[in-house]
Design a binder for this molecule. Sequence first.
Ligand code: LLP
Length: 431
Amino acid sequence: MSNAHIPESEWFSYRDGVLACEKVPLESIAAEVDTPAFVYSGAAIDEAYRAIDEALQFAPHLIAYAVKANGNLSVLARLASQGCGADIASIGEMQRALKAGFSPDRIVFSGVGKRREEIEAAARAGIRAIHVENVQELDLAESVAQELGRPLIIGIRVNPDIDTKTHPYIATGLRESKFGLAIPVAEELIPRIVESAHLDLAAVACHIGSQLASPQPLRDAIEILGSFAKFCLDRGAKLRAIDVGGGWPMHYGQEVDPYPSAKAFGDAIRGGLEATGLLRPDIEIVTEPGRAIVGDAGILLTRVLYTKTQGDRRFVIVDAAMTELIRPALYGAYHAIMPVAEPSSNAELNPVDVVGPVCESGDFLAKDRALPLVKPGDLLAIRGAGAYGREMQSMYNARPLPPEVLVDGIRSRVIRQRSGPEALWQGEILA
Ligand code: LLP
């Protein structure tokens, strides 16, 4: 079947009339673990990682996967075993990354509000760099290092003030955003950092935002970051890395033109570094992709509970909700939806709202979506759910956390079980 509204991919395609993840029909996964459930393609994760790695072959580099996109231990372990590093946003994420087997010296810690205990824990674990993005945080980091009696390896995250034209909630590189240090402020700090016996400035960093539609803003940001790096080097900093953040895009299914390839983003990084003379063997490139590695490797498998027509709207009520995938409710995000039973190529498409059981009008997974006729019991696959799905889940309306299944070829393994009722009140004290 080829229907522009129902895009197949290499990892999610119809086989004998049933949508499969690699070679496993999604019907059999639903029969095994019930719905809703997240299903991930291992090969898709490997391939996405490989494409980024290949795009950066021109220089020494570390892909520090943004754990916040999907921190399932099996997903992390898979990436760690391929030489991937990790970008963490909290000590919880560090604990996950270490448990999954990432070596501490491949972990970078970015985050706008790190607690003292978090800086201490990261320093004790010996991670590769703590990215400082606040003057007060620098004071705190210095005092932690003094207390521990050894220099703390830091990066300075700057805010290059670049407009990425991405959704305002996922743009982070503008002057008025809370992220990073303004460059003039960062520059003022450099002499003090270089002189400090407690701080070792190893990296400069930025992250201008997610889902970059073009590599140009990344290149622009790297030129700004590169000039800042030169400023640091000229003042005696022993920089070993330039961290260009995440932002590598993924397809959600509504794109008219495909995003530029990983290679185009790699070339932009190269161009930005060359322009500032920083493409050097002694400076490693770090990048922090999240969704580009796991996003399109995952679907949310859900079952139709009911359909109904109300006023002039047709609703498809499914058993997944904003609790499993909040992106449509939070950002108005589009996720392609594919019926698991292959529709005929001339199936009539009608606009429907795909909604969940949660008691919120904002609980929708798609609005006005052209879908073939579906009936109670039918399975649907919501694409692009591998990133920021499970990580942003909640137990609102006392809904259990869904299982996660990892597919490799003909094999599928449950990598998280559906939570039971005890998880609903875990930690509560009945007074
Ligand atoms: N590095 C840093 C410092 C970040 O803050 C982020 C994402 C990334 C890397 C990875 O970005 P990616 O390559 O995945 O776009 N919940 C939102 C996304 C928030 C992203 C926050 N930071 C969403 O579902 O779109």
